[in-house]
Ligand binder design. Structure first.
Ligand code: ATP
Length: 325
């Protein structure tokens, strides 16, 4: 069964089209990731699917309900963890859970709070004000809070942005547990390739408001080819594609490197050196590896999904939060 069905969804801000007619389905019980650089339109799509924004055109059915015609039914069945922190920092973890649970009219609230705070390993900190929590603890509290009303589908917008690698891995464990233990459908957005690869059953790659590829990580990597060789040449004027039967694809990258697709890099390298010598091209540096999702993005767009450092992302989140107020 389908948990989410989206058809030709468009969202404009004034004249600017942030989401340009995307279509996709998410199956019940799967982890589906929207992977793309900042500004690709991921958050806008999540806001439409969670009824916070009205689409300009197109259709979206979430948990069996139309987001425009039946927003209240949709909201009852979904949980959301936003990119911007939304817990009350002056209240304790327990108080945050209690208020949210009462707003939603959650039954057996106390038992549920205890179970969920234990699930995210915050039970021993339940009486501490959230302002004393680390970023990772706050995010865990947000996840616990979003699960209080037992949603069918959980939306996570950049769930590990700005967190250190260990905390990120920890959050991934909770996300996997939600899928495995509760058969929950999880829709997440991320600009971290490893996050999409580690967690998602299927991935949609988004860029400039469009879905440019969709599939499992393995299927997406097949778009690139088998192995990839990157060459750095001595002079920029030497930048041209080398031609030989063992080279399946060749692309000149904006950063001045050449990317070659080959079946087997180990066998191709000696032949490549010969070919370079014959063609009078001086190779300065060679790297090769099996394709990653970054290569897929590079292959499709000619650019890399840049991973801004933690601090830059936190600064961006603060700016965005201010803009939304
Ligand atoms: N309220 C708004 N008004 C005008 N333009 C907006 C608004 N919100 C977002 N945009 C623009 O729409 C585009 C998509 O933004 P969106 O936040 O959906 O991207 P994203 O992929 O989620 O990136 P991020 O990870 O930075 O949130 C961007 O160009 C952004 O500047």
């Amino acid at each position: 069964m389908k948990a989410i069905e989206v058809e030709n969804l468009v969202k404009k801000y004034g004249d600017f089209e942030a989401v340009k007619g995307i279509s996709f389905d998410v199956k019940q019980g799967e982890i589906f990731a929207f992977l793309g650089p900042n500004g690709a339109g991921k958050t806008t799509t999540v806001h439409v699917l969670t009824t916070l924004l009205k689409p300009t055109a197109g259709k979206a059915i979430v948990a069996g309900h139309d987001v425009v015609k039946e927003p209240i039914e949709v909201r009852r069945k979904i949980g959301i963890v936003f990119q911007d922190p939304s817990v009350d920092r002056e209240l304790t973890a327990y108080e945050n859970m209690l208020i949210h649970g009462r707003i939603y009219g959650v039954e057996n609230l106390k038992e549920k709070i205890e179970r969920l705070l234990k699930f995210v390993e915050l039970w021993e900190f339940k009486d501490r004000p959230v302002k004393f929590f680390s970023g990772g603890m706050q995010r865990r509290l947000e996840i616990a809070r979003s699960l209080l009303h037992e949603p069918e589908i959980l939306f996570l917008d950049e769930p590990t942005i700005g967190l250190d690698p260990q905390t990120r891995a920890h959050i991934w464990d909770y996300i996997r547990a939600m899928k495995e233990e509760h058969n929950m459908t999880i829709f997440l957005t991320t600009h971290y390739m490893d996050e999409a690869e580690q967690l998602a059953d299927r991935i949609a790659i988004m860029d400039h408001g469009k879905i440019i590829a969709e599939g499992t990580a393995e299927e997406l990597k097949k778009l690139v080819g088998s192995d990839i060789i990157y060459l750095k040449l001595q002079a920029r004027e030497e930048l041209r594609c080398l031609k030989a039967d063992f080279i399946k694809g060749c692309k000149m990258l904006p950063d001045g490197r050449i990317r070659l697709d080959v079946d087997n890099a180990a066998e191709a390298l000696p032949r490549l050196f010969e070919l370079a010598k014959e063609s009078g091209v001086k190779i300065l540096e060679v790297t090769y590896h099996r394709p990653t999702l970054n290569d897929v993005f590079l292959h499709l767009t000619g650019r890399e999904i840049r991973d801004e450092g933690g601090e830059a992302n936190v600064a961006r989140m603060i700016m965005k939060a201010r803009m939304r107020r």
